[in-house]
Design a protein around this ligand. Structure first.
Ligand code: PLP
Length: 439
């Protein structure tokens, strides 16, 4: 892997800063949490990113989840090229949408109908609206450090970029909007029960990332998701699984299938668009039919079900459906990386905890197991930043935040995992030499 020319990147950043706030179009891309300016990427292929100076990195971001088959996957490229000749947007009902919806319904447990939107944010926002519209109740419960997009009701103790940049609750969000957002602790059923007890008959829904990925990867403890199912049933509240990240990444039927728990509504994004902007709200007919034009809950979108985007999505979903062995192979790769990294840190003074579920993995510089948001807060983010810098110099592009999950693609080979572990060994040596100047 060749080393970048910092000059090219800093020139791009000066231009970017003049025309875009912080030089970026989504906060965590700014690298501000890592104390440096961003690396600009020119193209990507398989598990490689190529920087503006032509330098090459192994990619563990995967566009923040969508690229399960790696970048520029030829079947998507081919299918999209053909679709481009037919139309890029129609704005009317299409045969493609029917194909996409049938495919999704055939793969995900417990769902009968879907509504296509353009992002995970829209999907989660609409899911909440459905539950409020049906129940007539206003309050929702979300979890500390979980992220459900940037719609107003979710910007309370939010994860991802909001957490990385230290603004987990955004300004500009009316107090009236967030006063109905209650916050519980992930992996703590007691905290959920208490909120239901304090707010009887007022809570419409609990929304959760079944495997948290926006405060780093945190698996649900045994019984947590089933417990949420029981509590929500008991209080006649909806359970929403936000599978924007976990959907089709952990299993062809998502986390519902992996943990054998059925939610009432499920949201998807990322992978289902094959690299294009797509979101979905899915559930049983009895709930989904509350949406306009059948029901009183309004939701609409000019580009919803965009034929190019869902052509890409159909191509990816079909491959995942026909080839479930992919998940076993991704799990093996995840384990291999975890084991290798555990080994790198084992004999150092640097305490590390690595959480991994399938192809989601996070490394925390922490003394004790990381199972809750409180544990995440104890992790040393300065060392993470230092490690991130060294890894980048050694050709590995990790997410520029210690609060994000890394994603593995099917294009990550044994050799690339070896290369990553070698890079980690070099990076750790360097950390020791310069221990007093971590960043
Ligand atoms: N939900 C989860 C779990 C996510 O990880 C994200 C984005 O990272 C979203 C919702 C929002 O999706 P989008 O960025 O497509 O709006």
């Amino acid at each position: 892997m060749n080393v970048m020319d910092h000059n090219i990147h800093s020139k791009l950043f000066s231009r970017a800063e003049k025309v875009m706030p912080g030089g970026v179009n989504s906060p965590v891309r700014s690298f501000a949490g890592m104390g440096r300016t961003p690396v600009f990427i020119n193209r990507a292929e398989g598990s490689f990113l190529f920087g503006a100076d032509g330098e090459k990195y192994v990619d563990y971001i995967g566009s923040w989840g969508p690229m399960i088959f790696g970048h520029a996957w030829p079947p998507v490229a081919e299918a999209v090229k053909k679709q481009l000749e037919k139309s890029t947007s129609i704005g009317l009902a299409t045969d493609k949408e029917v194909e996409f919806a049938e495919l999704l319904v055939s793969m995900v447990p417990g769902i009968e109908k879907i509504r296509l939107v353009n992002s995970g944010t829209e999907a989660c926002m609409t899911a909440i609206r459905i539950t409020r519209g049906i129940t007539g109740k206003q309050k929702i419960i979300k979890f500390n450090g979980c992220y459900h997009g940037h719609a107003d009701p979710f910007l309370v103790n939010a994860g991802s970029g909001a957490l990385t940049l230290g603004n987990p609750s955004s300004s500009g969000v009316p107090h009236e909007t967030v006063k109905d957002t209650l916050v519980a602790d992930f992996n703590d059923l007691e905290s959920v029960s208490q909120l239901f007890e304090k707010n009887p008959e007022k809570i419409a829904a609990v929304i959760v990332e079944p495997v948290a990925g926006n405060m780093g990867c945190i698996p649900p403890e045994n019984g947590f998701l089933k417990g949420l199912r029981e509590i929500t049933k008991k209080h006649s509240a909806f359970l929403i699984f936000d599978e924007v990240m976990t959907g089709f990444r952990l299993a062809a039927g998502g986390a519902q299938q992996l943990y054998d728990v059925e939610a009432d509504l499920v949201t998807f994004g990322k992978i289902i668009g094959g690299g294009f902007p797509v979101g979905v709200i899915a559930g049983k007919t009895q709930w989904m039919d509350y949406l306009a034009p059948l029901g009183p809950i309004y939701q609409a979108g000019t580009l919803s079900g965009n034929p190019v985007a869902i052509t890409a999505g159909i191509t990816v979903l079909k491959e995942l459906k026909e080839n479930p062995a992919i998940y076993h192979s991704l799990e093996q790769k995840g384990k291999q990386l975890k084991t290798g990294l555990d080994e790198v840190f084992k004999n150092t003074e640097i305490p590390v905890q690595i959480n991994q579920v399938g192809s989601m993995i996070s490394l925390f510089f922490a003394e004790e197991k990381v199972e809750t948001f409180k544990d995440v807060q104890k992790a040393d983010m300065e060392i993470f930043a230092a490690f991130f810098h060294r890894m980048l110099e050694n050709g590995i592009h990790l997410p520029p935040s210690g609060y994000e999950s890394w994603f593995l693609a099917t294009t990550i080979t044994d050799e690339l995992i070896e290369f990553t572990i070698e890079a980690a060994i070099k990076s750790v040596k360097d950390l020791f030499i310069q221990k007093e100047h971590y960043v």
